[in-house]
Design a protein around this ligand. Sequence first.
Ligand SMILES: Cc1ncc(COP(=O)(O)O)c(C=O)c1O
Length: 426
Amino acid sequence: MKSKKNIKQKSLRTKAIHGEADSSSWEFSHHLIPPMTASTTFRLESLERGAQGFSTFGATKKTDKPIWIYDRLEEPTTKMLEDQLAALEKGECAIAFASGMGAISSTLLSLLKSNQKVVAHKTLYGCTYSLITNWLPRLNIGHSLIDMNNLKELEKSLQAADTRVIYFESVSNPILEIADLEKIVLLVKNANKKREKDDQIYTVVDNTFPTPWALRPIDWGIDFVIQSLTKNISGFGTEMGGAVIAPKSFEGILRAARKDFGAIIHPYSAWHILVYGISTQAIRFEQQQVSAQKIAQFLEKNPKVERVIYPGLKSHPQFKQAKKYLKSPEGKFAPGTMISFQLKGNMGKCQKFVNDIAQNSYAITLAVSLGLTKTLIEVPGYMTHSAIPSNKRAESGIDPRAIRLSIGLENVDDIINDLESSLKKV
Ligand SMILES: Cc1ncc(COP(=O)(O)O)c(C=O)c1O
């Protein structure tokens, strides 16, 4: 058995490589790498054990040894991934899903009932916006979209009796606004003091952009943290997955939601994210971040560029807030791997530039998604955020000309040269 001595004092970096010294999901006496299970159903040695498995599913108090029943309920590889995610985000437990959207929809549907309301930040990933504004209303679940950093507006929303969930992205996609977690949590806690236990308001934060290597929202008092594992945590563009990191008291309802809605992650994907993604994420993320800083500085100096938004630039409208919240586990400034920028001139210029990159760049690829080893470029207003109706995009703060860059692991000079070459042509 691997030594468990002083495991609590070990850094996140080391835990990301080794995980728990032993896991109730598997024994590590001999395995260096956790096994990938591939069984949709599990042998039960007695009816009593089967019945016990069903009756204790999702319960806070577990049986001595886990009773695996059926993949859609729980399975060992996913459970090991969940234990690692909970440790990295410093939460009590994690539940993994088939995708980030699987995690977001299951979490919101677990926390909200009809005639209740989610108050969300006005700028959201396109499919989250669509979930909240198209699908939840069908179940009579209301919403209001506000500027989460306008504390007066938030305070007013917290007074509404039907408000149950406050939802936002810690660093917003695509315009990289930084949420003031400390102030938001304080207002929610004050509002909750006047509410009954069953009426409490919960904070749910999508932490996909910063990842645990730049921000750990639970440290700031946030209740639920969402990750699209498809992005930087998985990191190679081969797996889809999502997770919610949650208080233990909500583990049961979230596991039941996953069981009944069926958005389970495949053990194959869970294994890849656990073995390749998590153990290499810190080093990938931090290298990409070094390149992102250089690329943002290059773009800011280019005369054809109107505006660059990157939390590592002094010109970021919330630079002070970025320095407060975006930090590595060791406390170093961690502005992340995502850049938003726009060119001077009209949409035609943006189109010409992006098409030139798509056709002539080697280092940069026109594609959605983010956080991968390859540098990706896209235009959110026309691609990832196109679910937001065009008349609402201005309200969401999304300029149609805004270009999003997700920085990969290529040589930074190659990325800059490709950007420069296409900029010269517009
Ligand atoms: C911030 C953010 N949250 C959630 C999602 C959804 O994740 P997935 O594509 O894994 O469902 C995305 C996808 O781009 C995203 O950018």
